[in-house]
Ligand binder design. Structure first.
Ligand code: AMP
Length: 439
């Protein structure tokens, strides 16, 4: 979905927009603006540039089923190659145990796809040395690569030091390159060795550590633009569990004008209001917390919108008998999507917003007809974008949903990071940003 092109524009998961140089990095994301050096401000000709990417793509039978994360890093890679630099790419894939090579987690399919995507921009193809990122083969491949060359190291997590954030493992990598680039937003909340100890070790050697275009765009949308949000500012939260999103709810309520809650998590809130929820998914131990969140929001004059009608199923399975209910959900039925009146109400709130942040589907979007609510909300977010709003979607399921509906390009930004984007919405600091040089 991100076109293969060589320009250094801010092509995010959505449309191309001019970059703003200012990226706010915020300790607990207060309004302290902070500029990070970005790859395009660095001299790279003849230099070995270590680019930490997040190529943790889904594989089905060895075939990549979604290559968005690879495409999202192309502007950074091309920026290095087109200026005569040497790109040394490194990523994790899946969760190998750190006991050396495991074929199941090899980055070989990624190396092939990357070579296809780079085409003539990588005149020497994509080097993919050895079964281990630090063995002599890998080292030789990196040290002997030509200008405009690309080497993809094998899965970093084959080394147990990667997950442990081990300094000794980072030291082995630190000697390989002249410059470090973080373009792995989706991993920036984890202090893995290549994400944190490595740039710190490189800085100690006087080597620059900068952001790539993808990281820069993610921070621009998820932090800077949210910190300076145009109002009305609406957040939409959905998905399966309240417990996963409590911190995001609490943090967003300090920032937004209204909060829309859909998905299964809405039923815990409705139960807190005394509404019957039938067999819907409810977290009984979070009902009291939901009640206190509703009360606190009311006291602060913040609007929380909950579903007033529901598309329900008899069972949680494809083809189950379905029926819409207004208000209470009778026993024997479970809410699997927001109903038509709710779709209309949420749509009106979204369309009149100037900033929209969305994390979590409104229903079981993987199982028609219970995709209709999420689809309606996606359409409303697209409409808001066309009306001039900044619209940001984050979270793996939300990104998958907008992709499934074919509208991802029509939002301002679709984040490549699930856990990382949620941590930003929770107001947490992404630890790996500390290791990147300020501009
Ligand atoms: P999360 O990972 O918390 O964002 O949750 C995403 C998942 O929530 C998706 O797989 C949806 O199918 C699921 N989901 C959304 N609404 C419902 C619902 N009403 N009942 C059960 N699951 C739901």
């Amino acid at each position: 979905m991100i076109a293969s092109h060589c320009s250094e524009t801010n092509r995010t998961m959505g449309s191309i927009r001019p970059f703003t140089q200012t990226v706010s990095r915020v300790a607990s994301y207060s309004a302290r603006p902070m500029r990070k050096l970005r790859i395009d401000s660095m001299e790279v000709a003849g230099k070995r540039v270590f680019i930490r990417v997040d190529f943790n793509v889904p594989l089905e039978g060895g075939v990549i089923s979604d290559d968005r994360r690879i495409k999202a890093c192309l502007p950074t890679i091309r920026s290095v190659l087109s200026r005569g630099g040497r790109a040394v790419l490194a990523s994790h894939l899946g969760r190998p145990e750190g006991k050396g090579f495991e074929a199941e987690y090899s980055l070989a399919p990624v190396a092939r796809r990357l070579a296809e995507l780079l085409g003539a921009d990588a005149p020497f193809g994509v080097g993919f040395p050895s079964n281990n990122c630090t063995d002599p083969d890998a080292r030789t491949a990196v040290l002997e690569m030509p200008d405009h060359g690309v080497v993809l190291l094998e899965n970093l997590r084959f080394e147990k030091g990667e997950k442990k954030g081990d300094g000794a493992f980072a030291e082995k990598l630190a000697g390989l390159c002249d410059l470090y680039v973080n373009d792995a937003f989706g991993t920036s909340h984890r202090a893995d060795a290549s994400m944190y100890a490595l740039p710190l070790a490189m800085r100690q050697r006087g080597k620059p550590c900068v952001s790539g275009f993808l990281l820069s765009a993610e921070l621009d949308y998820l932090i800077a633009r949210i910190a300076a949000a145009q109002r009305p500012f609406t957040a939409i939260l959905g998905g399966a569990k309240v417990s996963d999103k409590i911190m995001a709810i609490e943090n967003l309520l300090t920032k937004v004008d209204r909060l829309i809650i859909g998905g299964a998590m809405a039923y815990t809130f409705l139960r807190a209001q005394g509404v019957a929820t039938g067999n819907s998914l409810v977290e009984a131990d979070k009902v009291e917390l939901a009640a206190s969140i509703l009360a606190a929001a009311k006291a602060k004059g913040k609007q929380i919108l909950l579903p007033s009608d529901h598309s329900c199923g008899k069972e949680f399975k494809t083809g189950t008998e379905s029926k819409d209910f207004v208000g209470a959900i009778p026993d024997g039925w479970m809410g699997l999507d927001i109903g038509p009146a709710t779709r209309a109400q949420f749509t009106a709130a979204i369309r009149s917003s100037k900033t929209v942040v969305w994390n979590g589907p409104m229903g079981v979007f993987e199982m028609p007809p219970f995709d209709a609510g999420t689809r309606a909300i996606a359409d409303a977010v697209v409409a808001a974008t066309k009306l001039g709003a900044i619209t940001i979607a984050g979270g793996g399921d939300t990104a998958a949903a907008v992709e499934q509906f074919g509208v991802a390009e029509q939002l301002s930004h679709v984040s490549t990071g699930g856990g990382a984007s949620l941590e930003v919405l929770e107001g947490k600091k992404l630890i790996c940003l500390d290791a990147i040089d300020d501009a």
